[in-house]
Design a protein around this ligand. Structure first.
Ligand code: PHB
Length: 406
């Protein structure tokens, strides 16, 4: 059987938030793209991930016309609680940042909305493709062969020729490893803990998220809907989920999250209920530099991973593709390559700040078994300083709601 050759302007590998949002933003600029994804549509729309959207991400989704359900169903938040030493302390981010907030709206809902928007506009998303490989993306001149994505669909071989390839295929995708050795430098930090996350049929008992440092480790209270709570607790990176029956999870969560400060009448506890989903997420920080090689641009998790404590993953992906879409629009309208040439540098400045913030939140709020008692005392002092200093709280708040794009 022969190979069918197709053409598009931008070939996008991966139908996660980066790939789908890029395809959508390009469409608004009348730039054609094809998105390919090895998983099925149902898998992409059902995969449970984090769900905190920065103000800038929310604005981008609304302005680009995919924020209708987000505005209806997303839960807007003005601040977070920090719980330590048995007491909760509220940090009012909206007040500290001059009116900014974050919105809780699950990643798979963003994915669902983007897929619908693309398909409604007759956009091409190829689900369930196999054997994806990328070729000829190294050259930057018009006489070079066109960047090509080869793949198989229903047994048939295809070759997608394009002007540019966007590698939006996550940290284990094929795009980054296809770049020749020696071009990319990677930076990595692996943390000695993981998160055990659950979705529970329990109404959220706090309007705002609660981040807790307890002697037994970190815990986080979040939510999805007025009936569903999302909770996480720190566990070992090699933890077997089978060792965590529901009763053990609840016992540990209640121990770590409950505040017992009778003096302030704050005897807050999360409500319990049936656990409908559970999973373990390892925690690491990772950056690939540069995020571009020739006519291949990496975006989202294929270029960087953050530990979830700062709630930045999806937001970094959205920021990357916002810049990439701008650069491609400029190129197609005037031939100018300034924004495209600066893509990696522009993204990485913001990425490293998000790395710093995510690392800071992670190390402040988790117990490292190998650390000394000194370190734990230092963590508590850091939290105590934070809640007593408007300057420190403002620093947390402006990073949490999202730093400016440039
Ligand atoms: C979530 O709701 O899934 C969530 C919230 C805050 C985080 C991470 C995840 O820092």
């Amino acid at each position: 059987m022969g190979t069918t050759t197709v053409r598009t302007q931008v070939g996008i590998v991966g139908a996660g938030p980066a790939g789908l949002l890029l395809s959508h933003l390009l469409h608004l600029q009348r730039i054609e793209s094809v998105v390919m994804e090895t998983r099925s549509r149902a898998y992409c729309e059902g995969r449970v991930r984090a769900g905190v959207l920065e103000q800038g991400t929310v604005d981008l989704l609304i302005q680009s016309g995919v924020g209708e359900r987000l505005q209806r169903e997303g839960l807007k938040h003005d601040g977070i609680w920090l719980s330590f030493g048995g007491t909760r302390h509220f940090i009012n981010m909206t007040e500290l940042t001059g009116g900014k907030s974050i919105t809780v709206y699950a990643q798979h809902e963003v994915i669902t909305d983007l897929i619908k928007a693309r398909l409604d506009a007759a956009g091409q998303i190829l689900f369930g493709v196999q054997d994806v490989t990328i070729h000829d993306f190294g050259g930057d001149k018009s006489e070079n062969p066109a960047p090509t994505i080869r793949f198989r669909q229903d047994g048939e071989l295809f070759e997608l020729r394009c002007d540019f390839i966007a590698g939006c295929d996550g940290s284990h995708g094929v795009c980054r490893p296809s770049i020749p050795d020696g071009v990319i430098k990677t930076y990595e930090k692996v943390y000695p803990f993981a998160w055990l996350g659950i979705l529970a049929e329990a109404p959220p008992t706090s309007d705002e998220l609660v981040y807790a440092l307890h002697e037994r480790g970190f815990a986080l209270f979040s939510m999805r809907t007025p009936k569903i709570t999302r909770l996480y607790l720190q566990c070992c990176p090699d933890e077997n989920i089978a060792n965590w029956p529901d009763e053990r999870i609840w016992k540990e969560l209640l121990l770590r999250l409950s505040s017992r400060n009778e003096g302030t009448h704050d005897a807050w506890v999360p409500a319990t209920g049936a656990i409908i989903q559970k999973g373990i997420t390892p925690m690491r920080s990772f950056v690939a530099e540069p995020m571009q090689f020739g006519r291949l641009f990496l975006a989202g998790d294929s270029a960087h991973i953050v530990p979830p404590t700062g709630a930045k993953g999806l937001n970094l992906a959205a920021a990357d593709v916002q810049i990439l879409a701008k650069g491609l629009a400029e190129f197609y309208s005037s031939g100018a390559k300034n924004t495209l040439n600066d893509y990696s540098r522009t993204c990485l400045r913001r990425v490293w700040k998000a790395q710093r913030f995510s690392w800071w939140m992670t190390t402040m709020l988790h117990r490292d078994e190998d650390a000394s008692e000194f370190d734990h005392r230092r963590q508590l002092a850091e939290l105590d300083y934070l809640i007593g200093s408007r300057a420190a709280m403002t620093s947390l708040a402006e990073n949490y709601v999202g730093l400016p794009m440039d």
